[in-house]
Design a protein around this ligand. Structure first.
Ligand code: NI
Length: 249
């Protein structure tokens, strides 16, 4: 069930059966010369929507702008500063919690979001802790590449050249879902350099075409399909486990 394509009575009815919701969350940022700017929000959305087709899952609209300040040296990148991103996450959570969702699961597609999402969760929990009231909902963050079995599959598919930005795995996922938008370019060097992440000017100087440690030329739609299948099945199991988690009280 997709929240955006539902009506409020349908959501009200669903809440009588399930109080879990999945929010795909990512970033709109450069992904090298061949990766789509939407890669980091498309991947969790593609996986969550695939899982929704296979099982009983409610998927919220995709939170598609994240913390990507270091990519701003490349045209098309759109970023929220960490404080604004965190504040927006707090409002998304409070909106969903107000309706009675008690298991709010963020499926993330951008490593640069992790610190801010975790800080936002702490900000929310701190409010309840300071008031001395029990928080009536639980929050979970999962990166799609950390879903069970995905990392092992990625290592088999890409023993070298996976890297950490504009990776062949994430580009393969977008190729499988959107084959009309597969791009090609000559990579020089074939495997991009590694290095630290700082501000946007430093990033552009270190990583000329935007990639970090990766060879996106290894991506194929077939590998992307395998990743989507593995990740979407694992997502269904992970959300079910979260929903059925025993409360200590
Ligand atoms: Ni990415």
């Amino acid at each position: 069930m997709l929240l955006a394509f539902s009506t409020w009575p349908e959501i009200e009815d669903r809440l009588t059966r399930s109080k879990a919701v999945v929010v795909p969350i990512g970033s709109n940022e450069q992904h090298g010369p061949t990766g789509l700017l939407g890669t980091d929000w498309l991947c969790p959305e593609i996986i969550a929507h695939a899982a929704e087709k296979q099982g009983d899952l409610l998927v919220a609209p995709t939170f598609n702008i994240g913390m990507a300040q270091h990519h701003l040296g490349f045209p098309g990148t759109i970023s929220l500063r960490p404080s604004v991103f965190q504040a927006a996450i707090v409002d998304w959570v409070n909106s969903l919690a107000r309706h009675g969702f008690t298991r709010i699961y963020f499926l993330n597609g951008h490593g640069g979001n992790v610190a801010s999402i975790e800080a936002a969760f702490s900000e929310i929990y701190a409010g309840w802790s300071f008031r001395g009231e029990p928080c009536p909902f639980a929050l979970k963050l999962k990166n799609w590449w950390d879903l069970t079995g995905v990392l092992r599959l990625t290592r088999e598919q890409f023993p070298t050249g996976h890297g950490s930005h504009a990776t062949p795995a994430e580009i393969a996922v977008t190729q499988a879902a959107y084959p009309d938008f597969i791009k090609s370019a000559n990579y020089a060097p074939q495997i991009a350099p590694n290095g630290p992440i700082r501000d946007a000017a430093d990033y552009r100087a270190r990583f000329a075409d935007g990639r970090i440690g990766s060879d996106p030329g290894l991506a194929t739609p077939e590998k992307g399909r395998e990743l989507i299948d593995k990740a979407s099945t694992a997502l269904l199991g992970d959300v079910e486990e979260f929903e059925n988690e025993e409360s200590p009280a």
